[in-house]
Design a protein around this ligand. Structure first.
Ligand code: GN1
Ligand code: MG
Length: 370
């Protein structure tokens, strides 16, 4: 068997304006798409400095240049706002470390796209939060992110993944996968397929509002998972929203929805014991409170009306995406075991069912805090 190719971090790092000598690099975070490493460099004063090194998945992001264009503009915009407000931009937004020739990324000899970001010390991400307050602060960070970008012109950003949260198109891609059934897996996931088919019409609810001009398009994060917020270890506050590859125009309610999808479930996204998977209303309340504390001033009534539904829709979409990838033979998400995408799909289905049962309760909570 051939050995996996070793990444030559040292030679990648040489392209960037990094202070110090490369020491080591280890995988960092929980992402399903890019390869992320925390790397240490020894400075002349003998102290170590950490940086985030990331290989952009160019199977998923077909035009990494566009991703980096967006990331440059968006982080510059936020940096100016944070600095104006007397904040610390190095901790409150992502800092791209430039290459020696002044670019925000480099292309390695292997054809991979790499970027380097400053490491935010004293903060970390959580797959599952440790305190109820973390949920409040994580959702508040996503709300603040939307607020900071609320005056950013949507037309300046590329669509880094076309129709990323166009749920009806996700549904069509799913139908196509089922019809093709390239790995002969459809027959073993009939109940899951049925579950999605029964909700076909609902996939279009928000897109129809957008197309009718009733719901505005904004610059949103598009991947507002709990583990995409750096939480300050001491204060427990959500200081910085990370993973900016999908920052592009979209619907604000889906960012709130994704925070609920990922955080209101007390179990992990790939939990196999579905009895542990449900919408924890206490967590939901903390998320709604935190998010609304930042957005109630500028979101429109129709957006506020659809926050609870947005959570359900993005969770349904995520179940469709995982199921589609399972049927397609696991070509999109990284997997660590057989049926990994199917397990993920099942947690999402369980969450959708529970949201359907609790939608009214969720809406009442939103009412209370909006
Ligand atoms: C992916 O890379 P990561 O793990 O933050 C995915 C999201 C999904 C998420 C599910 C570009 O995010 O859309 O919601 O997995 N990102 C992309 O956990 O597809
Ligand atoms: Mg991520």
């Amino acid at each position: 068997m051939s050995q996996p190719v070793q990444t030559d971090f040292n030679s990648i790092a040489q392209h960037f304006r990094i202070e110090g000598q490369f020491v080591d690099a280890r995988p960092y975070g929980f992402g399903h798409i890019n390869d992320t490493y925390a790397a240490r460099f020894r400075k002349v004063d003998g102290r170590n400095q950490r940086y985030i090194l990331q290989r952009i998945n160019h199977n998923v992001f077909k035009r990494p240049e566009d991703v980096m264009h967006n990331m440059e503009l968006v982080t510059e915009h936020m940096r100016a706002k944070i600095t104006d407000d007397g904040g610390d931009a190095a901790r409150e937004t992502v800092t791209l470390i430039p290459t020696v020739d002044g670019k925000s990324y480099c292309k390695s000899s292997a054809g991979d796209y790499w970027r380097v970001c400053g490491f935010i010390e004293g903060a970390r991400t959580y797959l599952k939060a440790e305190h109820l307050d973390h949920y409040y602060h994580a959702a508040k960070a996503f709300g603040r992110f939307l607020a900071m970008l609320s005056d950013f012109p949507t037309g300046q950003l590329y669509e880094t993944i076309p129709d990323f949260h166009h749920t009806p198109k996700r549904f069509l891609a799913f139908i196509e996968a089922v019809e093709k059934d390239a790995h002969n897996r459809a027959k073993s996931v009939r109940p899951e397929i049925e579950f999605v088919l029964q909700r076909a019409d609902e996939t279009g609810v928000l897109i129809r509002l957008l197309e009718a001009g009733a719901m505005p398009e904004r610059v949103i994060h598009n991947d507002a998972k709990l583990d995409n917020v750096m939480i300050d270890i001491e204060s427990g506050e959500g200081i910085c929203v990370i993973d900016l590859d999908t920052v592009m125009p979209g619907l604000a309610v889906l960012d709130f929805g994704d925070s609920v999808r990922s955080a209101a479930n007390p179990a992990v996204e790939d939990e196999q014991d579905l009895s542990k998977v449900f919408v924890d209303i206490k967590i939901f309340e903390r998320l709604a409170h935190g998010f609304l504390d930042e957005v109630r001033y500028f979101l429109s009534p129709i957006e506020l009306d659809h926050l609870a539904f947005g959570a359900k829709l993005i969770t349904l979409e995520q179940s469709i995406r995982f199921l589609t990838d399972h049927i397609n033979g696991d070509v999109y998400y990284k997997i660590d075991r057989e049926n990994h995408n199917l397990d993920r799909c099942r947690t999402q289905i369980k969450m959708v069912r529970d949201m359907e049962a609790k939608l009214e309760q969720m809406s009442e909570i939103v009412e209370r805090y909006r």
